[in-house]
Design a protein around this ligand. Sequence first.
Ligand SMILES: [Zn+2]
Ligand SMILES: [Zn+2]
Length: 398
Amino acid sequence: MTRSSGLANLDPVYKYGYTTASKRFDKMFVNDDNVCNKQPPSSLASQNIDNGHWDANNNAVDSSKSNTQVIVVWRNVFTMIFFHVFAIYAFISTKTKFQTIWWAWTVGQFSSIGVLAGAHRLWSHRSYKAKWPLRLVLMVSQTTALQNDLYEWVRDHRVHHKYSETDADPHNSRRGFFFAHMGWLLCRKHPEVKTKGALVDMSDVWADPIVRFQRRFYMPLVLLFWGFIPVIVPIYCWQEDIFIALSLNLFRYLASLHHTWLVNSAAHIYGNRFYDRKIRPRENKLVAYLTHGEGYHNYHHVFPWDYSASEYGWLHNYNMTTLFIDCCAWFGLAYDRRIVTKSVIEDRISRTGEPLGQLDAEQQQRKPRSAIIDTAVGLALAFWAVILQFSIQYLRCC
Ligand SMILES: [Zn+2]
Ligand SMILES: [Zn+2]
């Protein structure tokens, strides 16, 4: 089944993805023209644009008046440093069993599905619907990723879309790569993030009993799915050393965190802007590979209700998350997948896209010459940690 053949099964409403009802819903979190597509005044844009600050209406703010003072949360800093040192030291210095390496990779991939197909495309953007068994699996999977509970994740993400690159954006990329990547988790939130976050309509998310259940029992669920099961399986099933089991679990956790964070940092700073040159999110192929299809970020910010988070599905582009959702649809677990029609996309590109003269032939196509090679590269990169650790183990043996 291709993305286009899948279209035949879609509700006509979702082929266009922009009915009156969905417009009303999208207003909650889409960066519409009145909010985020507005560029800073040219006088300020000609200055050092990346060091400026913008309020939630995207008006440039005088730095002397803007409350962008960084208040470091040292507990988070030391925790992150400890986690990284512990995980990397164990990763390169221990004799890990092959089963444990594969297990850590599997848990990492499982946790990614919950974030990408669950927290992001399902709960944050409502780009498709899912029956309760799938939502339950996605909730467990997202818990394994330990990136805050679904309610908090969705609220932060909706604020990010609606107030992108302003002080209300939790990981405002105008504050630099490191801040957008992980710095925002190491300091207190900007007051605007809290103010605007409190205004985000979360009623649809709260209406889901699975989300409410996860939020109520989040800590026990984290201990079970993030901490206990990933660690006990290698110890019990193939007698792995407890130190190695713990550190590999931490390593797969940190790897998936960095992959997710790259969407907020690299995909907001490096890449092309085929669909809207006036916003900062970019099309970043490397990020798309590492996040199974979340790097087509310029498209995603322009059309966030598309369940594929990209113009092309998995058949013409590397996008394993879309393949996963399509597989779920084949089994009747996912439905009402929303996409954007070509005419809407082309119309948007003609109005706001990057001028064609600045793009080479492949870029003008907006997709790779060979989807097979593209997918092969993406799948190979998905195994980078496994390949690296097998190499280290091999070198240790020699
Ligand atoms: Zn973004
Ligand atoms: Zn999004």
